[in-house]
Structures are given as structure tokens and as C-alpha cells.
Unconditional design. Structure first.
Length: 203
């Protein structure tokens, strides 16, 4: 399993700081929860300013994360803080972004009708970083969470390419650019999809 350690990425350190603050709060120091919420809010405002629109997935992830922390604080749901603590730890270590995978299932983000297959492809696939040679933290153009939010589409395209390969038909019509914004990253994805198929990730 590839670890998602990115010490050269500022966003990775911000998430690490957030986890440390949440752990401090869980240890009995309530100020840790307050500081974690403030850090998350600051992240939300910064990425909103950076992206220029609130519907950018990098903004939605941080906004939803901040709202979750606020709900836990207002309702005094101390056990509720374990969810963002464990979830963010999974992001930092394994590259699995639960928030980034759940948000695309919402009506305004979905690219296809909600179905069990879509939920399966979105929530239960291996972290994208396990198959792609991309080392960009959440918040960048093709960061971990941004790619995690498109994991269902990535798998769907990989499956279509595999079927085309088996039929001997060139897979020239795949919507790579609708999934990956940067052309250079699209080339990485094309090569990585082949590795997905060879490792039995798709089916």
C-alpha cells in the first residue's frame, strides 16, 4: 500500500495540524476543538478565495468539514469528533478522503443517477493514490481529495477501456478531460488505468 505522506505540501501539514488539535480536544482540552474549527474555517475561506466559487470540490470539502466540527461542538457530541479525526488520519496516511467521496453523491455534484453501483464505486474502491503516481495534497488542481471525488468516474472509464481493449477497439472517446483537468495529468491517468487493470482493481 502506498502511503500518502506529503511533507512538502503545505495543505498536508494543515490537515496534520487539524488532527493534532482534534486529538488535543479528545484528550480533554476543549480549546483543541475550537482551534481545529477555526483552522478549518480559515482553510475554507482561503480556498473559496483561491477557487473563486463555492462549488469547487476543494471548497465543499472544507466547508462540510467545518460544519461537521461546528455541529459536534454546538451539540456537545464529543464522540462525534472521532469521525473527522479518524477520517483525516486516513487521508494523511492512506490518501482515502471520505468527505471527498461522499460529496459527489449529492444531487448538485452527481454526474450520473444515484445507484448502488455508483455508491460502491465511490465509497469502496481503493484510494486513488494507490494506483496513480500523483503526489499532490488536497486542494491542488489534481490533489488527492480532488481525484478521490472522481474515483467513480475513473473506474468507469477504466472499465470501458478494458472492454474496448478486449474487443480490439481503440478507446478514443473516453472523457478524460472531464475527469482530469490538466492534460499532463490525463496522460498519467491513462497509463495508470492500465496498471489498475493489470492489478485486478477494475472488474
Amino acid at each position: 500500500m502506498n502511503l500518502a505522506l506529503m511533507p512538502r505540501q503545505p495543505a498536508w501539514w494543515i490537515w496534520l495540524l487539524t488532527v493534532a488539535l482534534l486529538v488535543t480536544g479528545l484528550a480533554g482540552f476543549t480549546t483543541g476543538f475550537v482551534a481545529a474549527t477555526a483552522a478549518s474555517l480559515a482553510q475554507t475561506l482561503w480556498y473559496w478565495h483561491k477557487a473563486g466559487r463555492i462549488r469547487a470540490i476543494s471548497v465543499q470539502i472544507r466547508l462540510a468539514y467545518t460544519l461537521l466540527l461546528l455541529v459536534c461542538f454546538i451539540l456537545e457530541l464529543r464522540l462525534g469528533y472521532w469521525l473527522p479525526t479518524v477520517g483525516t488520519s486516513a487521508l494523511l496516511l492512506c490518501g482515502y478522503c471520505l468527505m471527498g467521496r461522499m460529496l459527489p453523491l449529492l444531487p448538485w455534484n452527481r454526474l450520473e443517477p444515484l445507484s448502488f453501483d455508483l455508491i460502491r464505486r465511490t465509497l469502496f474502491r481503493a484510494p486513488v493514490i494507490a494506483s496513480l503516481e500523483l503526489r499532490s495534497a488536497c486542494g491542488e488542481l489534481n490533489g488527492v481529495c480532488e481525484l478521490e471525488s472522481r474515483v467513480a468516474s475513473l473506474e468507469k472509464c477504466a472499465a470501458r477501456q478494458r472492454r474496448s481493449d478486449q474487443a480490439g477497439v481503440p478507446a478514443f472517446a473516453f472523457p478524460w478531460r472531464s475527469i482530469i483537468s490538466a492534460p499532463a495529468s490525463a496522460r498519467v491517468i491513462r497509463g495508470s488505468v492500465s496498471r489498475w487493470r493489470s492489478r485486478g482493481v477494475t472488474r
